[in-house]
Design a binder for this molecule. Sequence first.
Ligand code: HGY
Ligand code: MN
Ligand code: MN
Ligand code: MN
Length: 410
Amino acid sequence: MNGAPRIDAGRLLASLEALGRFGALPGGGTNRLALSDADRAARDWTVDRMHALGMAVRVDAIGNVFARYAGTEQRAPVLTGSHIDTVRTGGLYDGNYGVLAGLEVVATLREAGLRTRRPIEVAFFTNEEGARFQPDMLGSLVAVGGLPLAEALATRGIDGATVGEELQRIGYAGQAPVGAPQVDSFVELHIEQGPVLHQQGLDIGVVEGVQGICWLEFTLEGCSNHAGTTPMALRRDAGLVAARITAFAHELALRYGGRQLATVGAVELRPNLVNVIAQRAVMTVDLRNTDGAALARAEAELLGFATRCAAEQGVVLGQRRLARFDPVAFDPTLVELVAQEAQALGLGTLRLPSGAGHDAQMLARVCPSAMIFVPSVDGLSHNPGEHTEAHHLVQGAQVLLQVLTRLANR
Ligand code: HGY
Ligand code: MN
Ligand code: MN
Ligand code: MN
């Protein structure tokens, strides 16, 4: 174990519990949609902690927040961080852990009177989840120049408000310009959100990349009619087409095998009444694959099926892409550095791809990036039961401290 200072376990764990207060669900877990009142309160609390650590804080025009712990030299910083927005059924750790562990690293270095050569910056990015506004990773995508700011600000969420309106409302329409941050490297610490590390009894995931993501929204316009008088052959049933697309997506994933995944997470029927044939259905399909070409084939096949099925039922199909990101591979040198530091601590490691999307997927476009995973008990996430054992949370933060220190002293 080299002379690196040790993470303060109690302080880290207490900060995770404290942040979990904002948007806390009655039975446990977190509902903190991006730019909601709960997100504003969580942002304010996190910025206060950044200031308390003597960090210089800036907010950019899409609401990303960056806090800098000055180095001994004026050079491009090493960046870490993640997100603090959650899905409606979130846990304590998805995103929050990477931000608070970054602040714990700074607190530990500061207490030890240590400064690295390069500054260390800790960030949280806007709307990583993509639950309220699509696409996901919106803030980091704009930060790296992947989406024009004006287009992002005009994005209307599932509740009708735009990103720009909500940033103004909660006071996070920042002054700092957006556009590829001048950073040396980016390292994101995150829970795995899948079952692999926990099943194999390992401690650290050395993440080699992030799989591709495709989010589609289908709008199906049929004809509402009486459930008791309309012969089956005369129906234009939007609900039937939605159900068939759902079944097709599931079977397509099984047929493709490998790491192909398909999820229909949202379906809304109108008028949504027991005795009325559905006039309208709006649904989403989430496709993922580590193989970019297979993902493109799956998307094309699904669109073809939806088109045919809607036509057969006399239903008008509308479609739009909500998100589309190719798989990314992280920087091999940084990936190796993560493995070395974890193994130097005697931790069990495994190299693996990330199933979930992350801000690192965007930062990898502009600087060498890597991720560190810690186990998720039973792989549960996007669920209030999301859990990571305390010793894994502390070990992950210790690995982050040592990786950041090595990078910031390069
Ligand atoms: O959808 C995802 O993979 C991430 O949680 N935004
Ligand atoms: Mn996350
Ligand atoms: Mn998530
Ligand atoms: Mn363990």
